[in-house]
Design a protein. Sequence first.
Length: 518
Amino acid sequence: MSARWDVSRVIAKRNSLTPDKPALIFEDKPVTYNQIWQGSNRFARFLLEKGMKKGDRICIVALNCPEFLEAYFGAAKLGLVFVPLNWRLEGPELEYQINDCGAKMLLFQDAFTPNIEKIKNSICVDADKYIFMDGPMPGLVPVPDWVSEYKKVVNTLAGDFLEAPEPITLDDPLAIVYTSGVTGNPKGAVLSHGQTYFKIFQIALYTGGNPDDVVLAQLPLFHSGGLFIVTTPALMGGATIIMRAGFDPNLFAEDIEKYKANVVFALTTMWRFILDSGKLDTVKVSSVHTVVGGGERTPPSLFTDLAKRGLFLQQGFGQTECSAMTVMPKPDIQRKMGSVGKPGAFVDIWIEDERGNKLPPNTIGEIMAQGPTVMSEYWNLPEKTKEALNDGVLKTGDLGYLDDEGFLYIVDRSKDMYRSGAENVYPAEVEKVIASHPKIANAAIIGIPDDKWGETGMAFILPMMGQTVTEEEVREHLEGKVAKFKRPKYIIFVSELPYTATMKIRKAALKKEYKNYL
């Protein structure tokens, strides 16, 4: 039998040790560990009053806020399954995920009321379990008559210790986090309490986390990176998290100096926005000892730009299905430029070919992962689970290779690869070269049909702010660096690229619209 333990112990333990210490500084206001602990107990009592029981699903659509964490830990305390939803989704997309997980309760912030109102008659949520929360500007949206107000129904309950009526073990599901589907509907990765603890341990080993840390991150809490890679480990370690409702590059830079942040998380595209804002050159960053990021192709120029300012980026790699698989050791940042680092203490990684044979170093194949940080399953999708998981081994769907020293290099996502003239083309390989041009901020390449070659590449290029780039300059830059068959036939300059909430380029959107550029 798995140990009786759950993730709500994270906040309970910290409350017993440092109740009055700020767990968060949310929009410049401190929120103590005791306040979050009491809030989680209040929310758990509310769940019991509403007849919610172990295993029931509860969805939330909200910007980052303390109530988000109260609901997360309160649900964990009772063994409910927490389902954070991307607030950027449209009504039909939210409808699918809510119904797919069979949620009985839905919490949402005021700004998202119009989207919820459109779908409330077609989702499975019980009529008495719509919970309305104030956003950053209370009173902005009228309170509908079909909801309960969080501040009225939760904040009035007792915040003292609450014993769960049913035992919860480390094997029980903690959360369902939906992947951003490229083809078909998104899949819900089921994450257990035990997997989450192992992620906490892994992050602590990566960052050297301790109670004196001031952690700065503006990643959304609905995503595995924000909730499970930053927030939960930081709270377990007793750190103080500088939290904003959303990402603002100017405030991000200012918060480093204002709060003397020493551990900083940001994705590659976020760092580019921060650098472009110019604010990073006006603040002191000497307090920072750890900078963790990645998530997309990270050009060498970004490492250089940050290093000039005393910030040494440790790139990492992970998925919703297995977060924080690798991170770059600090001494190897320059020596292993282009790598996403080495596997963590609680995950093994190797490379396989299409027939399942383990490949030698420096050979491209599919990245495989195994360990206690791997997801349990895809929610209600046994066939998809079998495709991705075999005896605890995760087929990541990403292509890469390990070098002779065990450092991982990502080549591309297998679904993004296309074949031109019977040759495999990995767009990320070419995108990385394009993005190394000093006038180019980012690039995305998709494979499109071609009468002669079967498929060819179309590159969407985002110039640096204030820069103008020509097609001729791009083609000259690729000359001698990329084989002819890999070079995109079409080059399109754009003023913006479509990003997901976690700053990944939405190639599905580009593939849908590519004909408009021909």
